[in-house]
Design a protein around this ligand. Structure first.
Ligand code: SAM
Length: 250
């Protein structure tokens, strides 16, 4: 085994286990950036989910899967972290089912099954993000849509966030942008890794898997969202999120 395949294996292992070790952090995390901002953008990008067969890839504890189910979709949520799937199952309604599976393979999911697929801030957690895009392509029917929300690449090149003077946010640093790879930051008292890639790597992977790019959005909060959450004004300075709307050609 070479050093690089050994370190890749160690990184894969770390990425696979860090969520299981952070379940309590996640359960106690404020979700308002999702509930008060991103959900709207993702639901708009997905379009009418009523009566649709939807897969939520990297569903966590199923919060957004339940949102989709309330809209009338039949939802399959997939996540690698058993504790999240246990929680999702305990809260599931009749039109939801949940699987422990790897987003990079979706081994338990048959081909051509879904009208819509969503990946809600998951690609930054994956070593082989291109494999996950291929897997989403495989499980969608022809004409199906894949909505990917991810951390914006301008926010993932440097861990640690805004450069501040006191409480004033001066700027958000970008560096080593073209160097794909892990970036370590701290979540509470734990080290945590996100994978950084430049924008061109994502667009290349989408095209290679066969998707057509229908839309690319850098969501910003509406006036009402901003009124309810004034700190979301950051999104106008250095957007934290990016949304790709992809079509599996018919
Ligand atoms: C930031 S959370 C997002 C959860 C959910 N999509 C949401 O936005 O509320 C990332 C999720 O990806 C899951 N994950 C990480 N690596 C995975 C993999 N290889 N396969 C499937 N899920 C994975 C984690 O367990 C975690 O639930």
């Amino acid at each position: 085994m070479t050093g690089s395949s050994g370190s890749k294996r160690a990184l894969r292992q770390r990425l696979a286990t860090q969520w299981a070790e952070s379940v309590e952090n996640w359960f106690s995390q404020d979700q308002s950036v999702r509930t008060g901002f991103l959900d709207t953008a993702i639901l708009d990008a997905l379009g009418d989910a009523r009566g649709k067969n939807v897969i939520d890839i990297g569903c966590g504890e199923g919060r957004f899967s339940r949102v989709l189910a309330r809209q009338g979709a039949s939802v399959t949520g997939v996540d690698l972290t058993q504790a999240f799937i246990d929680r999702a199952r305990s809260l599931a309604g009749d039109t939801e089912s949940y699987l422990v599976d790897d987003a990079e393979r979706l081994d338990q999911v048959p081909d051509g099954t879904f009208d819509l697929a969503v990946s809600y801030i998951v690609l930054v957690d994956l070593l082989d993000f291109a494999a996950s895009i291929d897997a989403a392509f495989r499980v969608l029917r022809a004409g199906g849509r894949f909505v990917v929300c991810n951390i914006h690449p301008i926010r993932s090149s440097v861990p640690g966030g805004w450069i501040k003077h006191g409480n004033d946010k001066l700027f958000y640093p970008v560096d080593d942008y073209m160097h794909e790879g892990p970036r370590q930051w701290s979540w509470g008292d734990r080290p945590f890794i996100n994978m950084h890639r430049p924008l061109s790597s994502y667009l290349t992977a989408f095209r290679r898997s066969g998707f057509t790019l229908e839309g690319l959005h850098e969501p910003t909060p509406s006036r009402d969202q901003l009124e309810a959450h004034p700190t979301f004004d950051d999104e106008f300075r250095a957007p934290n999120f990016i949304l790709y709307v992809l079509l599996k050609p018919g």
